[in-house]
Design a protein around this ligand. Structure first.
Ligand SMILES: *Cc1c(COP(=O)(O)O)cnc(C)c1O
Length: 392
């Protein structure tokens, strides 16, 4: 089917909830994608940070195929080796101590919120359930995670939202202090606000929040749905901030393309969610965990060092265009935002896409790059030539 034919059927049968680009993708190899009409693209999106090892990655494909032949799914009433293995790898490589498996970022955050509230309920009883999040954050699309998201535009239509969230300004410890009272149980934040515009938090601010949480017995909850699994150059971004979070959520890149989310708890709170308090049918299912094991085995220290190098290469190359259009390049590792004039962004993005490079946007002024972590030098150079052409 051509794009036009597919789009007509999509319009007829699929709810119109996404502002999609006018491209229907068909297949991929490495960090290169082809659309249904055979046009080739260098991918700087990895499906919004999901396909961290690119497309048709042999290790992941083999892991999924072998596990599918063996056992695709069993309920969480049984134990499986792939699930235990992912949990063990996550714990040993982060210092966190137990994992709950979910299926998406929003769902991982729901688990994190439930854990924080129950921790406080168990210790202090009712009335200590409020969570401070940051303005400009993004935590998901469920009724609760929408309310956790500190952006007014997400607090529409779906009333009543879950109560118990208040919002502080990023990089302003006084603003966080002002939101904390005897009803607060946790602070929840991204370390680089992704959807909000690729905005990294200051190390000093994050350490101050961590100290405040410790002092007041609030759980420090870090949303690493986008920053996790190697994206910023360490397995998790918090490892670059010198903090010990109580709870970390992750999802996007963890399965390398299959749906998985995880809530990881430190030993301060890893027994809070006991039997019957939280569950999901698909969480930790073996086929998906086989993919996550392949991802985690691939992302070793040498691989992470390359992520840092590639990120630096892209950042310096883009700054090196010497273009007035590039106001800044923000981010860490392979989570980068090229900051441009908000009024020009749409035209720039569409020119970049037309020339065969896929990019994302974030916030009001960022062209967001989340390439597969495995992107090759040749693919980066091809993408940079297009970016230079359009931006310089
Ligand atoms: C994408 C994202 C989510 C939501 O994840 P879904 O898998 O879409 O539910 C939550 N938090 C952050 C930081 C994200 O980037």
């Amino acid at each position: 089917m051509t794009y036009t034919e597919l789009k007509a059927e999509e319009n007829q049968y699929v709810m119109n909830t996404y502002g999609r680009f006018a491209i229907a993708l068909d297949h991929g190899e490495g960090s290169t994608l082809w659309d249904v009409e055979g046009k080739r693209y260098i991918d700087l999106t990895s499906g919004i940070g999901v396909c961290c090892l690119g497309y048709n990655n042999e290790t992941i494909v083999n892991a999924i195929t072998e596990q599918a032949h063996k056992l695709m799914h069993v309920s969480n009433l049984f134990t499986t080796a792939p699930m235990v293995s992912v949990a063990k790898a996550l714990c040993t490589r982060t210092g966190l101590s137990k994992v709950f498996f979910a299926n998406s970022g929003a769902e991982a955050n729901e688990g994190m919120i439930k854990l924080a509230r129950k921790y406080s309920y168990d210790k202090y009883g009712e009335g200590r359930a409020e969570i401070v999040t940051l303005n400009n954050s993004f935590h998901g699309r469920t009724v609760t995670t929408l309310k956790a998201t500190g952006q007014d535009k997400f607090h529409q239509y779906f009333f009543p939202f879950t109560e118990g969230f208040s919002y502080a300004d990023a990089n302003d410890i006084e603003s966080v202090k002002a939101q904390i009272n005897e009803h607060t149980c946790a602070v929840m934040m991204e370390l680089i606000q992704g959807e909000g515009g690729v905005l990294p938090l200051d190390t000093e601010f994050v350490q101050q929040v961590a100290a405040l949480c410790k002092e007041k017995d609030l759980l420090l909850c870090i949303d690493e749905v986008q920053t996790g699994v190697g994206r910023t150059g360490s397995l998790f971004c918090f490892q670059q901030y010198g903090i010990k979070p109580d709870v970390v959520s992750t999802a996007k890149g963890l399965g390398g393309g299959v749906p998985i989310g995880a809530v990881m708890a430190a030993d301060t709170c890893d027994t809070v969610l006991g039997p019957g308090t939280h569950a999901t049918t698909f969480g930790g299912t073996p086929m998906v965990c086989a993919a996550a094991n392949a991802v985690l085995n691939t992302i070793d220290d040498a691989f992470l060092a390359e992520v840092v190098e590639k990120g630096e290469y892209l950042k310096q190359s883009i700054l090196g265009f010497g273009s007035d259009k590039v106001r800044d390049v923000r981010g860490r590792g392979l989570m980068l935002g090229i900051i441009v004039d908000p009024d020009e962004r749409a035209a720039l993005v569409s020119a970049i896409m037309d020339k065969g490079v896929l990019v994302l946007t974030a916030g009001k002024d960022a062209i967001r790059l989340l390439p597969p972590l495995s992107i090759s030098k040749a693919e980066m150079d091809e993408a940079l030539a297009v970016l230079k052409d359009v931006l310089a």
